[in-house]
Ligand binder design. Structure first.
Ligand code: PEP
Ligand code: MG
Length: 744
């Protein structure tokens, strides 16, 4: 390595270690590279939402262009380098057919240009450019040096992701974007409203504690009545998310909390100030808890506290907005979200939102797009700003400018039109163009999900995640409540099959009431059937509740995360013993299945298929363990493709063995929620797929339009073709497009 290059990389490494403001670090990088490579210009273009490359730093071009010069991917030489993901070394850039002149940069003075894409994990994150006045071809070594710098830059951009945007010298009217976790899918565009953390009481002290105690009691009673009314609100589609709200009601009636409120009044505070103080104490106590699940309940207390203060002061608990708004909040309770739903909320960003928070469960059930995280967003948003909340891509964009905004508006409109068109598929069975019947079922977990069965015309519930209700309740429900829920599910399904999955606790689904050891890899730890077999009393109780709920019907029960046939046998033995105990109060017919989500089970198919009544492949965990890629890691999302030769080979092997043994094999999890994945799963011989309810119409539409035997032949040819690479997606997408199969 030439010493000038070594020196340059040495100073860049120092820069990488520096945790200064992102904009300054990029400017310094441009300066160092220009000096180190004896170039008159060095510029950094960064990929923004909507496939736009934006100039974020430059040494040598006009500084006014920073934050303003933008090129679409494929536009200009910079855009071409990004689109092709290859370096371009041009002695005479301005005469290149792709050259796009941007007057604000002053770049017409420079003839030669070297553009290197900034790549990380297969994604282009930007383009690094050097330019010189005189026409010259850059030497091989210079290209290599700039490519090495691009690698360092990729790490810098990845480390700054989320924090970078607000720190850059962009004026407020330019788009700013924040990365977050998509907690409930969908896209919303509209004015954003920032919800204040708490109402602030103006009256603090009171002379007459007796009167304040009475005010407090009256306010608590009125708040409870409000909650009851909210639960009965006819505007809530389907059934209210009872499991969530029952817990919420319990919190509202929590005697410890109410006692603390009265103690604060007894100390001389006005009732509203007492609520405020107890809210503050509760927040402090709960933030210190190590149990993430309990910490999430803080949002519930906030919600209740605000309701009480609003009752006591006559203030509106939260503002009045025109429908179509996006709400941004640090925390939000479930009841408040229900109110927002009734008012027409379009999207939700909760900074402290997590996958298991009550508001998230409600948002998913009500189909409200929701993001969690978006570090730094709340601090820089002002109510009224226009924003795009893209929960599918995990980003919040403030001030989406012209093209970007138009693009999102078009996507939202197209989705609405599509949704309306897809409604026709509600009453259609999923039969392929060449007459193959595929069972299309839904994944569910709350009573609230049941309405979807009919709304989308599904063939049944292919996965009922029993732990969701446990999580929503905040603990282990009593046996009666559990049985009542399962009975309600079976009742709603009527003749359609329901595959109840026994408790899948552990991993990311931590349940209060079950002690757990610290584990380095909880997804591969003491969870699911492992935990159930080690806690037989808890497991038996759940099995009994299912058996009793299934009285007089056909009951289907499956065990999650089975790794050995022995585990399946052990689960089934316990189930048989409980069935014996329940006797005539149990189901007429009992079918017992295993989930195949641990790859090892695929090499035990002989005994498994002989003994199990059905098998359901858990696509989320199977993909996670097949590729050894954490399903929750944003860095890994999209790196390995479900539509790939190894995954499809495994599915085909299981499907063929199932057919030979006469044991039905289905697939659940999220994979089949995407039409192309559902088609591929059906093509390799799996005849039942279960997915998020909202995905059913689109999957049916794709199946109905596909000649499955033709697609099967195409797919098997593709899988033999080594040149297809790690992902078969581009080829499958092209096939679908050419054959008029809707897949978006
Ligand atoms: C799966 O892993 O695909 C599955 C259905 O289970 P989970 O609830 O873990 O997503
Ligand atoms: Mg799983």
């Amino acid at each position: 390595m030439p010493s000038a290059t070594r020196q340059l990389l040495g100073s860049l490494r120092l820069l990488l270690a520096d945790r200064g403001a992102p904009a300054e670090r990029l400017a310094e990088l441009a300066r160092l590279v220009a000096a180190g490579m004896v170039a008159e210009v060095c510029s950094v273009y960064v990929m923004r939402p909507g496939e736009i490359l934006e100039l974020w730093a430059t040494e040598g071009l006009r500084s006014g262009a920073v934050g303003h010069t933008r090129l679409r991917v494929g536009e200009g030489i910079v855009g071409t380098a990004a689109a092709s993901a290859t370096s371009l070394n041009l002695a005479d850039a301005q005469n290149h057919p792709a050259f796009a002149y941007r007057a604000e940069t002053g770049e017409d003075a420079f003839a030669s240009m070297l553009c290197v894409p900034v790549r990380r994990a297969g994604r282009v994150m930007g383009v690094l450019v050097v330019q010189n006045r005189e026409p010259r071809q850059y030497a091989e070594e210079e290209v290599e040096t700039l490519e090495t710098v691009a690698m360092l830059l990729a790490e810098m951009l990845a480390a700054d992701a989320g924090a970078a945007a607000p720190a850059l010298p962009l004026d407020a009217a330019l788009p700013r974007h924040f990365e977050g976790a998509g907690l409930s899918p969908g896209i919303a565009l509209g004015p954003i409203h920032v919800r204040g953390l708490a109402l602030v009481p103006t009256r603090l002290l009171a002379d007459d504690p007796k009167a304040e105690h009475a005010r407090m009691d009256a306010a608590i009673a009125a708040m409870r009545a409000d909650l009851e009314a909210l639960l009965k609100a006819p505007r809530l589609s389907g059934e209210a998310p009872r499991e969530v709200l029952e817990t919420f009601r319990l919190i509202a009636g929590d005697s410890g909390w109410i006692t603390r409120l009265h103690e604060a009044v007894a100390a001389g505070l006005a009732a509203e100030a007492a609520v405020s103080r107890v809210m503050g104490e509760t927040a402090r106590r709960m933030r210190a808890l190590s149990d993430a699940y309990l910490r999430e309940r803080l949002a519930d207390f906030d919600d209740l506290g605000n309701r009480l203060i609003a009752r006591l002061t006559g203030a509106a608990p939260n503002g009045q907005f025109a429908p179509g708004y996006i709400l941004a909040a640090r925390r939000l309770g479930p009841a408040e979200l229900l109110e927002h739903h009734a008012r027409g909320i379009a999207g939700l960003m909760i900074e402290e939102g997590t996958a298991t928070a009550h508001a998230t469960i409600v948002a998913r059930a009500l189909d409200i797009p929701m993001l969690g995280g978006c570090r730094g967003a709340l601090a820089s948003i002002s109510s009224g700003e226009i924003a795009v909340l893209d929960a599918d891509q995990g980003r919040l964009i403030l001030h989406p400018e012209g093209e970007l905004e138009a693009g999102y508006r078009a996507t939202i409109a197209a989705r609405l039109v599509r949704r309306a068109g897809l409604a026709a598929f509600r009453t259609r069975a999923a039969i392929s163009a060449d007459g193959e019947r595929i069972q299309v079922m839904i994944n569910a977990g709350l009573a609230l999900d049941l309405a979807a069965l009919d709304q989308v015309g599904a063939d049944g519930i292919g996965l009922f995640r029993t732990e969701v209700a446990f999580l929503a309740r905040g603990g282990l429900p009593d046996a009666h409540a559990e049985q009542a829920l399962y009975a309600r599910v079976l009742e709603a399904a009527g003749d359609k099959p329901v595959l109840f999955r026994t408790l899948d606790a552990g991993g990311d689904k931590l349940l209060p009431g079950i002690e757990r050891a610290e584990e380095e890899n909880p997804a591969m730890g003491w969870r699911s059937i492992r935990l159930s077999l080690d806690r037989p009393a808890l497991f038996r109780r759940q099995l009994r509740a299912m058996l009793r709920a299934g009285r007089g019907r056909c009951l289907r029960v499956m065990f999650p995360m089975v790794a050995t046939v022995e585990e399946f046998r052990a689960g089934r033995r316990l189930l048989a013993e409980e069935a014996q105990r329940v006797g005539p109060d149990g189901p007429d017919r009992l079918l017992v299945g295993a989930m195949l989500e641990v790859p090892a089970l695929a090499w035990q198919l002989g005994p498994l298929l002989a003994e199990a009544d059905f098998v359901s492949i858990g696509s989320n965990d199977l993909a996670q363990f097949l590729f050894a890629a954490d399903r929750g890691s944003p860095q890994l999302s999209g790196r390995y493709d479900f539509l790939s030769a190894p995954m499809l080979a495994l599915l085909e092997q299981v499907a063929a063995a199932g057919r030979a043994a006469g044991t039905p094999v289905g697939l659940c999890g999220e994979a089949a929620s995407h039409p192309l994945e559902a088609l591929a799963v059906a093509a390799v011989g799996i005849q039942g797929v279960s997915m998020a309810p909202a995905a059913v119409p689109a999957v049916k539409a794709a199946l109905v339009a596909t000649d499955l035997s033709q697609f099967r032949a195409f797919l098997s040819g593709l899988r033999q073709n080594e040149a297809a690479g790690a992902s078969l997606r581009p080829a499958i997408t092209a096939w679908a497009r050419d054959h008029g199969v809707p897949f978006e």
